[in-house]
Design a protein around this ligand. Structure first.
Ligand code: NAD
Length: 441
């Protein structure tokens, strides 16, 4: 089987490498010259554990190729996946569909035989139908169907998520029942290896599939915001948010995951998808008020964290040296999109702090978005050296292993604000540190 993948970013590249691992021949089309050059040389332009090896093996096996000629990639492909970006449109938060629509035009001109055009990007309900219209308008003769197949992988665990998904959602055009069977057969063939491990394949309408992705991400974002609000309440009432989360999460209806408090969610998906769903609800005349509030709660949370750090430093960080551990929005990724570190560090710099930051893989990606005054360090202890205060922003495993005593000895001051609760409060206090975490007494 041959398929084409339009877009070689996080989702396109991971999906392409995993499909190739399934034994499918995958041709990736990438328009960014720098990304394409890197991929052709076998260099991975993003940080994702295990991806370099998977790409290398499948390139060597001849199943995974990279190019910029869509006609070459689409020729003979039974499915053409669209995995281009859908960033927030400037101003109103709606998803910017220009890359998806451009890809649809390009696919239209490249189609030769029958193919299913599959949207993997996160898109508003109605997009797959719009893609079909674009292709039909450009190529009335083209033989194709559209499908929606949103991607649920998490950065940092992308390969595992793709290879062993909780579910695969596939939306088909049920308004054309006479065509559904053919498109469904192609999609079943693409995902056959997952059927063998009994991953649930859920077939729905196009609109349901498209909306399921936004609903899932928004629900998870809401869960994070909920536990963050509970963490603040715990601080006021002397309760412990971890015990609370365990007590809640043991209820099977609630579940234990995504009940970890922190400085607010970030990343390339939750902030943009909650905004987009808010907009979709408004435009449909059916506002999603819980989601709208989640967006507000999370924005306030990120900003509020800078205030918390300043308060821990006695009300001012003017001229103070602040060590920052972690910059990326979560561990095991170099993705800085919407990372809480961005607003927090800008606030601290504006308030006169001298910031010494360290992140195991995200520093290059972080530099362009952070204040120019930030100094970048070689490890956690280098960042802590002579610092008045130390702040944990991302829960990289390597930080968990740093001994409280080593932190105390390196620092000039003794204030530690752990926004990810990676340290043991008793051990930190025993080392002579003034330790604050989130939602714990
Ligand atoms: P990305 O920006 O990393 O990658 C998109 C890639 O597409 C870029 O490399 C870009 O150069 C390329 N591109 C754009 N137009 C093209 C065209 N016409 N032809 C060929 N290449 C083209 O984005 P991403 O993070 O991979 O996200 C892609 C989509 O997947 C988004 O809709 C996102 O919401 C969704 N998604 C992302 C994640 C995630 O964790 N990143 C998870 C699930 C879903």
């Amino acid at each position: 089987m041959r398929i084409a993948m339009i877009g070689g970013g996080y989702v396109g590249l991971v999906s392409a490498a995993c499909f190739a691992e399934f034994g499918i021949e995958v041709a990736v089309v990438e328009t960014s010259p720098s990304r394409l050059a890197a991929l052709r040389e076998g260099r991975i332009p993003i940080y994702e554990p295990g991806l370099d090896k998977l790409v290398e093996t499948n390139m060597q096996a001849g199943r995974l190729t990279f190019g910029d000629d869509i006609a070459v990639a689409v020729a003979g492909a039974e499915a053409v996946f669209i995995a281009v970006g859908t960033p927030p449109r400037n101003g109103d938060g709606a998803a910017d569909m220009q890359y998806v629509h451009a890809a649809a035009e390009q696919i239209a001109n490249a189609l030769t035989g029958y193919a299913v055009v599959v949207t993997k990007s996160t898109v508003p309900a109605g997009t797959s139908r719009r893609i079909a219209e674009i292709i039909r308008a450009a190529r009335p003769d083209a033989d194709f169907d559209v499908a929606s197949n949103p991607e649920f992988l998490r950065e940092g665990n992308a390969i595992g998520d793709f290879m062993r998904p909780d579910r695969v959602i596939i939306g088909l055009d049920r308004t054309r029942p006479e065509r559904v069977a053919r498109a469904e057969a192609v999609m079943r063939k693409v995902y056959r290896p997952l059927s063998l491990i009994e991953a649930p394949l859920l077939f729905t309408s196009l609109e349901t599939s498209e909306l399921t992705k936004y609903a899932s991400n928004s629900f998870l974002a809401m869960k994070i915001s909920f536990i963050n609000e509970m963490a603040s309440l715990c601080e006021k009432l002397g309760a412990d948010v971890h015990d609370l989360a365990k007590g809640m999460g043991l209820d099977g209806r609630i579940g234990r995951k995504f009940l970890h408090p922190g400085p607010g969610y970030g990343g390339s998906c939750f902030p943009k998808d909650t905004l987009a769903l808010s907009r979709i609800g408004q435009e449909a005349g059916s506002p999603c008020r819980l989601v709208e509030t989640t967006v507000q709660v999370n924005d306030a949370r990120k900003i509020g964290m800078a205030g918390r750090i300043i308060a821990a430093c006695g009300g001012s960080v003017e001229g103070k040296s602040i060590a920052v551990l972690g910059l990326t929005f979560k561990p095991e990724t170099d993705d800085m999109r919407e990372a809480p570190s961005l607003p927090i560090l800008h606030r601290l710099a504006e308030a006169g702090a001298k910031i010494r930051a360290y992140d195991p893989v995200g520093m290059d990606a972080a530099r362009p978005g952070l204040p120019p005054s930030v100094a970048y360090c070689t490890d956690a202890i280098d960042a802590a050296t002579n610092a008045d205060a130390l702040v944990v922003l991302t829960e990289w495993n390597v930080f968990r292993a740093v001994a409280p005593k080593a932190i105390k000895e390196a620092m000039k001051g003794d204030v530690v604000v752990d926004l990810r609760n990676i340290f043991d409060p008793a051990a930190m206090r025993a080392a002579g540190l003034q330790y604050q975490s989130v939602g714990r007494p």
